[in-house]
Write a protein that binds this ligand. Structure first.
Ligand code: TK8
Length: 339
């Protein structure tokens, strides 16, 4: 009997060990569902990125974490949804950085006109120590930025005329994000700039309450703005990132393994999303031209003039953003450009 008992004991131990190896998830992961609020529509590449992020989460957690995307501002605009995330009423939001400068003034650095020249430059800045330093400031107000996702370089659309020089903005009613740097940038060009939440833009264009708006091609396409616009001009006047923000209050209630899975998988999703946007960019533009919009680029000289004209915006907002923050990003960019 002794040896039988011993054998049985061995067997149970072996089984327990096998189970522990097969399902390390048991202790670290709890079944969780979380909502991700989006202002853009579901045909935007953010959805592609979220699908990749979900697949990664499934692998990492044994399918214990499930994301639910909400689209077209169904859970409120960027600002409203971010407030809900901040106060722990909602788990996550993918938002532009620009409407959040009231919470984290340093984010205004991304609103400075013509700061970045290429997506690669923007990625290097955001995914490096500079991006980390802004993440710390977000964390301090209750927002965990899982990763910097992409909206893209912003271009103009309007119903009046091609924008070729900054003077072409004269008197044009331009919708801007709820952000003083954008407001000043377009006012400084002579436009009649009106801050408005993203969800109101389509009908304001349709009813001609405004003439113009600015967003990356893929966003102008997927939010159907081109249906109520005539001209599209490649100004590339700003690259404002999407932030994938998680509620700090909720994040802190998750296990370290769950937190790590979220961080890692948000990066997997980010890379897929950025690639999808880069791929779709020209297709979106072609589609809009096919729909009858007139397209133009800006000559390098006129681009230079727009930049020179905008220097006053750098000066007037440097202090509010934080002089150290502006200097740090400029130093990082100078280093990158010298490489
Ligand atoms: C979507 C917005 C949008 C932004 C804007 O929620 O408001 O124009 O560019 O993409 O974040």
């Amino acid at each position: 009997t002794r040896s039988v008992l011993k054998a049985a004991l061995c067997l149970t131990t072996a089984m327990a060990m096998a189970m522990a190896i097969a399902s390390p998830a048991l202790a670290e992961f709890t079944e969780r569902t979380f909502r991700v609020s989006n202002g853009i529509n579901e045909d935007h590449p953010v959805a592609t990125g979220m699908a990749a992020m979900q697949e990664c989460l499934d692998d990492a957690t044994g399918s214990m974490m499930e994301m639910q995307g909400f689209w077209g501002g169904a859970l409120g605009g960027d600002l409203q949804a971010t407030q809900a995330v901040r106060s722990g009423l909602q788990e996550a939001v993918v938002t532009s950085s620009s409407p959040l400068v009231g919470m984290v003034p340093a984010l205004g650095v991304f609103d400075l006109p013509f700061l970045f020249r290429t997506p690669e430059e923007a990625y290097a800045v955001m995914d490096g120590p500079f991006g980390d330093s802004l993440n710390e400031k977000l964390d301090a107000v209750g927002l965990v930025n899982l990763a910097y996702w992409e909206n893209g370089f912003r271009n103009m659309s309007n119903s009046q005329r091609p924008i070729e020089t900054w003077e072409d903005f004269e008197g044009m009613k331009v919708r801007v994000m709820q952000n003083n740097i954008f407001l000043d940038t377009f006012s400084n060009f002579g436009a009649n700039a009106t801050p408005m939440s993203f969800g109101e833009v389509f009908s304001a264009l349709e009813t001609k309450a405004i003439d113009a708006q600015e967003n990356p091609y893929v966003t102008i396409d997927t939010s159907r703005f081109y249906e109520v616009q005539e001209y599209i001009s490649e100004t590339k006047h700003a690259y404002t990132p999407f932030l994938f923000l998680f509620s700090k209050a909720i994040f802190n209630s998750y296990s370290p393994e769950e937190q790590q899975a979220l961080r890692d998988c948000a990066i997997v999703g980010r890379d897929v999303e950025r690639a999808a946007i880069q791929e779709l960019n020209l297709a979106s533009l072609a589609k809009m031209e096919e729909a009858g919009l007139q397209f133009n680029t800006i000559t390098p000289e006129n681009q230079e003039e727009m930049l020179a004209k905008s220097q006053v915006v750098y000066e007037s907002h440097k202090e509010a953003i934080g002089a150290d923050v502006v200097e740090q990003v400029q130093a990082t960019l100078a280093e990158l450009r010298a490489e």
